[in-house]
Design a protein around this ligand. Structure first.
Ligand SMILES: *Cc1c(COP(=O)(O)O)cnc(C)c1O
Length: 354
């Protein structure tokens, strides 16, 4: 498939002071777009000026949420070059999400090439300061104007870019986690392992209640027994329990995080035993109390690693250790960001240079 590059007339002004960059509030000059219909397949691929779409009010995505997305980052290295972290993994997950939501798959090579070309054109937008990056958001929506409930016949797929600030501005801060015994995120047979907007819409109420009560994040329990911890907001959870690494298995209700996968790989390299098993909320609460649970952290592209300071469940709060980020947690944060920013050799072939 060919890809057009449309002219850009007026570039936007960039934020000079990179310490003022937030998350997902600013977007670059250009975006990648392609369209799909059943007869033609994917067509009209182009890189065009960033701007609003015109959508029919009956577009399926607006009514029944046929939508998927991805999130990855481009990093500016000290020699000025730009690198991506495991982008093929994001694109293959995009296609798995597409299949689950009855949406068309993209050609993985064409999509990666388009992504790289877009970033090359927008390379001035990749910030330079410590901890900053260019956040990349591939998205697909159903655009057919039709109110019946069935997979749409028309789709729009696009990639937008957003320069983002360092997540941790005043050093890594541990979070206070609320374990929800009422709301659930994903049930067996549901859409928990797809990166689809509806999962997030359904999670907002619990996140709002958690925030109102002074908690930073919601830790979801399994929907069937409300007994086993699954994941947090947009992060997978990893625990250091009795000197072993414990994390929820990927059985359909937990998102297959690329940061999770990378951290587990690093931990295996360090010689840790990894148990992908159901961990009960009782084990978490008791373990934090009696010291068997030594460290816990969330993993996700936006934060990389987010240490847990305390867990709260049914009116009881327990602090983990002294409430400070654990030693292993900090070591993993450093290892992973060193690979991403090119401060350490990439032994695993995770980095794709532009
Ligand atoms: C995106 C996401 C994650 C983290 O995945 P990464 O690939 O590490 O960014 C975890 N949980 C949910 C629900 C997500 O949507």
């Amino acid at each position: 498939m060919k890809r057009d590059i449309l002219p850009l007339s007026t570039p936007k002004a960039k934020i000079d002071d990179e310490s003022k960059l937030a998350f997902g509030t600013e977007f670059t000059d250009r975006m990648f777009v392609m369209e799909f219909d059943r007869k033609k397949g994917w067509h009209s691929a182009r890189i065009q000026p960033y701007g609003p779409f015109s959508l029919d009010p009956a577009a399926t995505v607006l009514h029944y949420s046929q939508e998927i997305f991805e999130g990855l980052k481009a990093f500016r290295r000290s020699d000025g070059s730009i690198a991506l972290f495991r982008p093929q993994d994001n694109i293959s997950r995009f296609n798995r999400s597409a299949t689950r939501m009855c949406m068309p798959e993209v050609d993985e090579k064409f999509f990666l090439d388009s992504l790289l070309e877009l970033i090359r054109l927008e390379s001035d937008w990749v910030p330079k300061s410590e901890g900053t990056s260019l956040y990349i958001r591939p998205t697909m929506i159903a655009t057919e104007a039709f109110l019946g409930v069935r997979p749409a016949d028309q789709y729009l797929c696009y990639i937008i870019l957003s320069p983002v600030g360092a997540y941790y501005k005043g050093g890594i801060a541990p979070v206070k986690i609320w374990i929800s015994d009422h709301y659930v995120r994903a049930a067996h047979g549901g859409t928990g392992e797809a990166k689809t907007g509806g999962n997030y819409a359904a999670s907002l109420m619990a996140a709002k209640e958690a925030a109102e009560n002074g908690y930073d994040q919601v830790l979801w329990l399994d929907a069937r027994e409300k007994k086993y911890v699954e994941e947090v907001g947009s992060m997978n959870m990893i625990f250091l329990y009795d000197d072993k690494i414990v994390t929820s298995p990927l059985k359909g209700t937990v998102l297959d995080g690329i940061t999770r996968r990378s951290v587990l790989h690093l931990l295996k390299d360090m010689g840790y035993k990894i148990e992908e098993r159901a961990l009960s909320v009782d084990e978490v609460m008791e373990g934090a109390g009696n010291g068997r649970l030594k460290e816990a952290f969330g993993t996700g592209t936006a934060v990389v690693i987010s240490p847990v300071g305390s867990f709260c469940y049914k009116d009881k709060c327990v602090q983990l250790g002294n409430g400070e980020p654990g030693e292993l947690t900090m070591k993993l944060y450093k290892e992973l960001t060193d690979i991403q920013y090119g401060r350490q050799t990439d032994k695993h072939d995770w980095v794709v240079e532009l």
